[in-house]
Design a protein around this ligand. Structure first.
Ligand code: NAI
Length: 333
């Protein structure tokens, strides 16, 4: 039976990379009915709203979405569609597996770690106000419920995927109450999983350790803001934003998206690398129990990257998005 999946092309390079990934997923043999929906600038132009109700309803109905990047105006304009979507659908966990792919130039080899980022609170609650002119207060919200839920997600993931260790990342030496609560919840959950090792690192030290010796890490669990920053740092360990996929997961809904943004500098030029969104689509196929199609796509992607003769510009080649996509489709056979 075909799965119906909400498809959000998004802004900038979004439509180019989603088109490419739809082609590759369709070539993999997975049976998907795509249901296109607008978000971001494209949605504002058509409906007046960056996050239309039709989009939210479509994802609630289908339970799964593949999403291109959506631009967020800086310092003004509409609030982040990504943050709004995560809140509206309670997509509380952001999952980013970070590993090396043969043929992708990178500073390290042997990186194989998984980032689990809390997605709903922290400074991302967006609670800011001007106390008096020239003084702004931004509230960092940490709750026992969200911290326990994300810690449990990280340990469950570790157990299900044969991972050995979960590291909680914090700054509880300074934010003794907020990050202290996050840590207390992680420690309590860790006691329920004696089969998974647990340790803790202060966020600044963790960044240093990550760029010195990333292979010492396994699963990392972080509050929202540190998770945002550290996950891009980790993408940099294995070749950049163009080669890491991600999933935003709630109790029974998954929104799968690349970690990069709308790349306005290259939008419309047909040179974007669709690999990150393809890796997100592979996560989506596994979530849909389409393991065989996911394996076929991964094998094809690996063989094209390893061969190296068809590479997009960000990876040092000159291939266009469509040439790269053709090569992966051919490799699927
Ligand atoms: P960006 O990720 O769009 O671009 C950073 C750099 O990486 C640029 O030089 C870009 O050309 C390059 N790049 C990104 N993706 C690429 C790809 N697939 N292939 C080749 N090169 C690629 O980050 P930036 O410029 O900070 O953000 C642009 C917009 O995207 C902003 O409005 C931001 O809010 C939004 N954004 C959306 C995200 C989402 O929807 N999940 C995530 C991050 C940013």
């Amino acid at each position: 039976m075909a799965h119906t999946v909400t498809l959000v092309p998004g802004d900038g390079i979004g439509p180019e990379v989603t088109d490419a990934v739809v082609r590759m997923v369709n070539a993999s043999g997975a049976s998907i009915d795509w249901e296109p929906q607008l978000a971001g600038v494209a949605a504002v132009e058509k409906t007046g709203k960056p996050l239309p109700n039709d989009l939210i309803e479509s994802i609630r109905r289908n339970k799964v979405a593949l999403k291109g990047p959506v631009a967020t105006p800086i310092g003004e304009g509409f609030t982040s569609v990504n943050v709004g979507l995560r809140k509206a659908l309670d997509l509380y966990a952001n999952l980013r597996p970070v590993w090396n792919l043969d043929g992708v130039p990178s500073r390290f080899q042997g990186v194989d770690l998984v980032i689990v980022r809390e997605n709903t609170e922290d400074l991302y609650a967006g609670l800011e106000h001007e106390v008096v002119p020239g003084v702004v207060e931004s509230l960092k919200i940490i709750t026992e419920r969200a911290s326990t839920r994300i810690a449990r997600f990280a340990f469950d993931y570790a157990r299900r995927h044969g991972r050995k260790k979960v590291t909680a990342i914090h700054k509880a030496n300074i934010m003794k109450l907020g990050d202290g609560l996050f840590l207390a919840c992680a420690r309590a959950v860790a006691r329920e999983y004696p089969d998974v090792a647990y340790d803790e690192k202060i966020v600044d030290a963790a960044c240093m350790h990550l760029v010195m010796n990333p292979s010492q890490f396994d699963v990392l669990v972080l509050p929202n803001l540190y998770g945002d920053i550290v996950s891009d740092l980790c993408a940099g360990l294995v070749g950049g934003l163009g080669v890491v996929g991600s999933a935003n997961l709630g109790e029974n809904i998954g929104v799968f998206e690349a970690v990069h943004g709308s790349a306005p500098d290259i939008a419309g030029k047909g040179v974007a690398n669709p690999t990150a969104l393809l890796l997100s689509a592979v996560l989506m196929l596994r979530h849909l129990d389409e393991g065989a199609a996911a394996d076929r796509l991964m094998a094809a992607l690996r063989s094209v990257l390893k061969d190296g003769s068809v590479r997009t510009r960000d990876l040092g080649g000159s291939a266009s998005t469509s040439t790269f996509t053709d090569a992966v489709c051919r490799a699927i056979g």
